[in-house]
Design a protein around this ligand. Structure first.
Ligand SMILES: Cc1cc2nc3c(=O)[nH]c(=O)nc-3n(C[C@H](O)[C@H](O)[C@H](O)COP(=O)(O)OP(=O)(O)OC[C@H]3O[C@@H](n4cnc5c(N)ncnc54)[C@H](O)[C@@H]3O)c2cc1C
Length: 473
């Protein structure tokens, strides 16, 4: 853990009046989850008090590991009785500090809620526990001819509950949408322990507000998701992937447009800059199969009929895209190699330091302008910094990673997020707001939207006990 990692925000956490109150709280929790699943000592708590980024760390009273919905409900009711805040936690792969406790709070991990139900072949749906990792779900589905529509490089740790709570996106949004589009129904435990919703076999239900949708992207502030009914997507028989070096992201978008005009099967459209490519080449000890270019674009097509010809027709129609700029993979090992250049960027960055990670979005047509302005602005304020840009091309979603700026110095975050705001973009395209961006939420949400968000929060969690340090400043 870096000494520079950010700890508790300034506001005072809820505190116990005395040690006896603390002991009573822990005794009540022990009665719910059992001694083995209440982690109190600092060494047992440690791994639950920091996250993947190493930028965020904190401390907690204890970590509760409930086994089922009833125990989650009893844990939250106990927190409410003792007026103690609770941070829901999945795989701790979030990149905005949302799952890290800050002081006298309880961590509630859903890691034991990991049952995977049977695939319903008639509806193409299944129900899973919120603590199921994406990787475990993918392995379970691989035998059944179905896939899950969202895929992330953090698949072996990220949980379905965490992915819903952050409305995760990933590489296949262009074909299947974000987590929001995969959710049929949720079971959620509210701040006072009330269990709401649950799996239902009713195919259409429009009786009033869509309360499951409200929980998507709520980052643990409105309730704890315990299980999810998910929509599945077909496993396509054919998949083809191209890595293309381009001079500008505008050319990358033209390329994507050409491929889209020749086939509806585009399954992914990603981009990364040359600095990211060089870092990954070092990290993987591999050499890129295309000539050096300012930008690289990955386009994948997937369908039941072979999309190779349509992909080739799209690629050849774009000016400036010649043979030595293009590598195509038709088989699974070849695709894995090409994907590794994109998927390893986040891990490669983590090897060289604690980065400022700013997941933002602009209109795709503004990508080149944004890239130019963000590099110029960061370098002029932080001469020794390195800026790496990568992300999801079709959605204009850029992961701005800045290295060699102390993790505690939020000036760089301010600079990048204000630039995005001035271009009419969003400060949070897919990772959420968490602690990292709560001070800038007003750049992406109007006063009317903020008012409604706060009203919802206080209606569902009047004592502000659920993840009180995220989302709102
Ligand atoms: C290498 C790497 C690649 C990544 N790629 C992508 C990507 O392509 N797209 C993308 O969107 N993200 C990506 N991420 C970010 C991360 O994996 C996602 O944000 C993921 O959804 C977090 O899931 P988690 O289980 O780790 O949640 P955590 O980090 O544990 O928690 C995240 C937030 O959700 C809340 N939460 C967790 N579980 C629950 C629950 N059961 N009920 C209510 N609230 C809950 C937490 O309180 C917290 O606010 C990447 C991360 C890494 C490390």
């Amino acid at each position: 853990m870096s000494n520079d990692a950010q700890t508790n925000p300034a506001e005072a956490p809820l505190t116990f009046d005395n040690e006896r109150a603390r002991a009573r709280f822990l005794d009540d929790l022990r009665a719910v989850v059992g001694d083995e699943h209440l982690l109190v000592s600092s060494d047992l708590r440690a791994s639950y008090e920091t996250d993947w980024t190493r930028r965020w760390t904190g401390s907690s009273i204890a970590v509760a590991r409930p086994a089922n919905t009833q125990e989650v409900s009893a844990v939250l009711a106990t927190c409410q009785r003792h007026h103690i805040a609770c941070v829901a936690q999945g795989g701790r792969t979030g990149l905005v500090g949302g799952s890290v406790p800050s002081g006298n709070q309880l961590v509630l991990t859903v890691e034991r809620l990991n049952d995977i139900g049977a695939v319903d072949f008639d509806s193409g749906e299944l129900t899973v526990g919120a603590g199921t990792t994406l990787g475990a779900l993918q392995r379970a589905l691989s035998q059944h001819g179905w896939e899950f529509g969202v895929d992330l490089a953090s698949r072996d740790s990220a949980t379905i509950g965490g992915m819903i709570a952050t409305n995760a996106g990933g590489a296949h949004v262009v074909q299947h949408g974000q987590m929001r589009e995969q959710v049929v129904a949720l079971e959620v435990v509210l701040a006072d322990g009330t269990v709401m919703g649950g799996a239902s076999d009713v195919a259409k239900d429009n009786a009033g507000y869509d309360l499951s949708a409200l929980m998507v992207g709520s980052e643990g502030t409105l309730g704890v998701i315990t299980s999810a009914r998910l929509r599945l997507v077909p496993h396509y028989r054919h998949r083809v992937l191209s890595l293309v070096g381009v001079d500008t992201l505008t050319t990358g978008l033209e390329l994507l447009g050409h491929v889209r005009r020749s086939t509806h099967a585009v399954a992914a459209a990603e981009f990364f800059d040359h600095a990211a490519m060089q870092l990954v080449e070092q990290y993987l000890a591999m050499t890129r199969p295309v000539r050096p270019s300012p930008w690289y674009v990955l386009i994948e097509c997937a369908s039941d009929t072979d999309p190779t010809e349509a992909m080739a027709a799209g690629l050849t129609g774009t000016p400036g895209v010649d043979d030595d700029a293009v590598a195509v993979a038709l088989d699974s090992p070849g695709r894995q190699i090409l994907w590794s250049f994109r998927e390893s960027i986040t891990e490669a960055i983590a090897q060289i330091g604690v980065a400022h990670k700013l997941d933002v979005g602009v209109a795709p047509r503004l990508l080149d302008q944004f890239a130019h302005e963000v590099r110029t602005a960061v370098h002029s304020s932080f001469a020794h910094s390195s800026v790496l840009l990568f992300g999801h091309l079709a959605e204009g979603n850029v992961h701005v990673n800045v290295i060699n700026v102390p993790p505690t110095d939020a000036t760089v975050d301010d600079l990048v997020l204000r630039l995005v705001g001035s271009m009419g973009g969003t400060i949070a395209a897919e990772h959420g707001v968490g602690r990292a961006k709560r001070d800038w939420l007003h750049l992406a949400r109007s006063p009317a939207e903020l008012h409604v968000m706060r009203a919802l929060k206080s209606a569902l969690d009047p004592e502000n006990l659920l993840n009180p340090d995220v989302l709102f400043a």
